[in-house]
Design a protein around this ligand. Structure first.
Ligand code: HEM
Length: 284
């Protein structure tokens, strides 16, 4: 009898190569599934247990996940774009035109990269507003909010640095205006502008700097902080849900206790004079 796809996968999981990489085996029990998450270098950033309700659309509108999706799409389209682009003057402009009109699927690749960038900026703001609206920025998640702010800045810088790369009129003047705005920062404005452009004018030095920032420094920074962002969700007790908050949880316990405790214990807890013998309350 022919094997099913599942059987092929089961056989694959039993091979020596597979077992040497994934030590926990298949997820046939809760323990094994937890181990599979804990022992994988990427998956261990995430929680081993998730409240089912938090996986629904209404909890997060999947905005953080969609932001991550656009980031991954940007990396996937950015790498092939790098194969056709030279960060030099005036070659950068010629390469961009070639991508637009000559390279096979170049137009599709470039547009996918551009639209993903626009989508990421939109989604990162939407995600931030949704987190704020749900109150998920409060204790113990303040640090993750700060990490989020860093990610927001990195996202905006990625967009800004990518803007200069086509080396067309739009890019040139946008960077001229942007770097002039940066020079308005009190005390160190001129130094920031000099550092950004690698000189006093928007020229080949600026193009090279923006290229290195756009293709190396900022994507690596984003990856680093995204990893911390996900790890923090796990350390902060999973995704925020109103009923998991310490104060709410405590209030609920009190409420549940007041429903089950006999009257004398309730009176004792309220601080009123006791009428009967005091009962031990089990908070465990
Ligand atoms: C590259 C940018 C970002 C990515 C890829 C990202 C990704 C995610 C993901 C996947 C989640 C979990 C699911 C969800 O809430 O959708 C999450 C949660 C969270 N994010 Fe972001 N995020 C980014 C930027 C931000 C920003 C700008 C902020 C705020 C300033 C922020 C604050 C938070 C907080 C506080 C949580 C925990 C929410 C909770 O516990 O429910 N993130 N993020």
């Amino acid at each position: 009898m022919a094997k099913t796809v599942d059987q092929y996968f089961d056989d694959l999981r039993e091979t020596r190569v597979w077992r040497s990489i994934f030590r926990s085996g298949t997820g046939s029990s809760t323990l094994k599934r937890s181990l599979a998450i804990q022992q994988n270098v990427f998956l261990h950033l995430f929680s081993t247990k998730v409240r089912t309700r938090m996986l629904g659309f209404s909890a997060t509108w999947y905005l953080g996940t969609l932001t991550l999706g656009t980031f991954l799409l940007l990396v996937a389209t950015g790498i092939p774009l790098m194969l056709y682009y030279h960060p030099s003057v005036p070659q950068a402009y010629a390469d961009t035109k070639d991508l637009q009109f000559v390279v096979s699927s170049g137009l599709f690749l470039r547009n996918l990269h551009r639209w993903s960038a626009h989508a990421m900026v939109f989604l990162v703001f939407a995600h931030m507003f949704k987190v704020f609206y749900r109150g998920a920025y409060r204790t113990p998640r303040e640090f993750n909010w700060v990490i989020g702010v860093v990610l927001l800045l990195v996202t905006l810088l990625l967009s800004y640095t990518g803007y200069l790369l086509p080396w067309d009129q739009l890019a040139y003047w946008a960077i001229t205006v942007g770097s002039n705005i940066a020079s308005a920062v009190p005390l160190m404005g001129d130094k920031i502008r000099f550092l950004l452009l690698g000189g006093h004018a928007v020229n080949a030095n600026a193009l090279l700097r923006f290229y290195v920032l756009h293709c190396m420094i900022l994507p690596l920074t984003a990856m680093f902080f995204i990893a911390i962002h996900f790890w923090r969700i796990r350390k902060d007790g999973g995704l925020y849900s109103h009923s998991s908050e310490p104060t709410v949880a405590r209030a609920q316990t009190e409420h549940e206790l007041s429903d089950v405790l006999p009257l004398p214990a309730k009176v004792a807890r309220s601080g009123a004079p006791q009428l009967g013998p005091r009962r031990a309350i089990n908070h465990g």
